[in-house]
Design a binder for this molecule. Structure first.
Ligand SMILES: C[S@@+](CC[C@H](N)C(=O)[O-])C[C@H]1O[C@@H](n2cnc3c(N)ncnc32)[C@H](O)[C@@H]1O
Length: 330
């Protein structure tokens, strides 16, 4: 270790090194900025030292807007691979390019900025508009050691579900056959294949663009032996599984009976997602139980949790259900 570094560390340990000023050299000597006089066996001299400029931490640190608009700056946005996706509030529409440039300067790992104009339709594809950086919508996103090729203009993907996906992965038991009814580009299916001793995962999606990316991701993550992909409407799928993932929150309820018909004869588990008014959660659970009962199953609710707040009144919930066939004598 150099002499200068040794002294710097000693000053740091004694809490007398100023972190607000830069270290510099002068005539072959190192000048270390200190907060108070201290005897380290070296001369103490008085000099003007340059201040350290703290790196910008938020959009408001880098965005120069007319007065009165600062409170419109979004406090959150998503980063998918090297693409930042941001919702632009109405009042900031005239400054959307500046917003894009600000995001590029804030994150050195971001090369593209897109405006998120909402996720629409049954296929849940995001309407994105180019704001800044490279002109593309395709990227590679890393999650729990896997890599997902994503094209934000062609198929759904959200990094916000990473914790929820991992929660489900951890529930899978060895030897299970899993049906991922709304697989998208494959994050649930691939994470399950890579991190559990699952027998097979059937990954289904109706969007041909999603299935094309799903196939690419299955190969990229080397899980071809485990994940079977299928471009199909989940209504028409006839696969028997121990565990079913229904990640289509806006309309999963409409598919619940299809999911029940895909359970093995001894029953199994369903991870159901829903967008529901907070006061309707109980009703939603009762509705699912009634549907299960009509198909000959008794239901145990293993977990019920809020994934995130969706709007002022609606929440995005995850329900884990265990379905067991009702014995015929009951
Ligand atoms: C909310 S996305 C979830 C994607 C994925 N599970 C994830 O975590 O990223 C829902 C997916 O369901 C697909 N989808 C919509 N309707 C479908 C249907 N009837 N049958 C199969 N897939 C469908 C959409 O194309 C979309 O990729």
């Amino acid at each position: 270790m150099s002499e200068g570094e040794e002294v710097r560390l000693k000053l740091l340990r004694r809490s007398v090194l100023s972190k607000e000023h830069k270290i510099r050299s002068e005539d072959g000597h190192l000048l270390l900025p200190i907060l108070e006089e201290v005897d380290m066996g070296y001369p103490v001299v008085e000099r003007d030292m340059e201040r350290v400029v703290p790196p910008p931490r938020s959009l408001s640190d880098v965005l120069d807007l007319p007065e009165g608009l600062e409170d419109q700056i979004p406090s959150s946005y998503e980063i998918v691979g090297d693409i930042a996706v941001i919702k632009v509030p109405d009042k900031l529409v005239p400054y959307r390019v500046e917003l894009g440039e600000a995001l590029l300067s804030l994150h050195s790992n971001v090369n593209v900025v897109l405006e998120d104009s909402g996720v629409e339709g049954e296929l849940r594809v995001r309407d994105v508009v180019y704001l800044a950086g490279e002109k593309r919508t395709r990227t590679v996103h890393k999650e729990h050691g896997s890599e997902f090729v994503v094209d934000l203009s062609k198929a759904y993907f959200s990094p916000r579900l990473a914790t929820e996906r991992w929660r489900v992965v951890q529930q899978v038991s060895p030897g299970e056959r899993v049906l991922d009814m709304f697989a998208g580009v494959g994050p649930y299916s691939i994470l399950i294949a890579k991190h559990t001793d699952v027998k097979k995962v059937h990954a289904v999606d109706l969007n041909p663009e999603a299935v094309s990316l799903l196939k690419e991701n299955v190969q990229r993550n080397k899980v071809e032996e485990i994940v079977y992909t299928m471009e199909a409407d989940a209504r028409n799928v006839d696969i028997k599984a121990d565990r079913i993932i229904m990640n289509l929150p806006h309309s999963a309820r409409d598919f619940f009976q299809n999911a029940l018909s895909c359970l093995k004869s001894h029953g199994g588990y369903i991870h159901h997602y829903d967008m529901v008014e907070e006061e309707d959660v109980e009703y939603m659970i009762e509705h699912l139980k009634d549907l299960a009962k009509a198909c000959g199953y008794q239901t145990e609710i293993l977990d019920l949790r809020e994934v995130r707040t969706y709007s002022a009144t609606k929440i995005h919930v995850a329900v884990d259900l265990k379905l067991t066939p009702v014995p015929s004598s009951l």
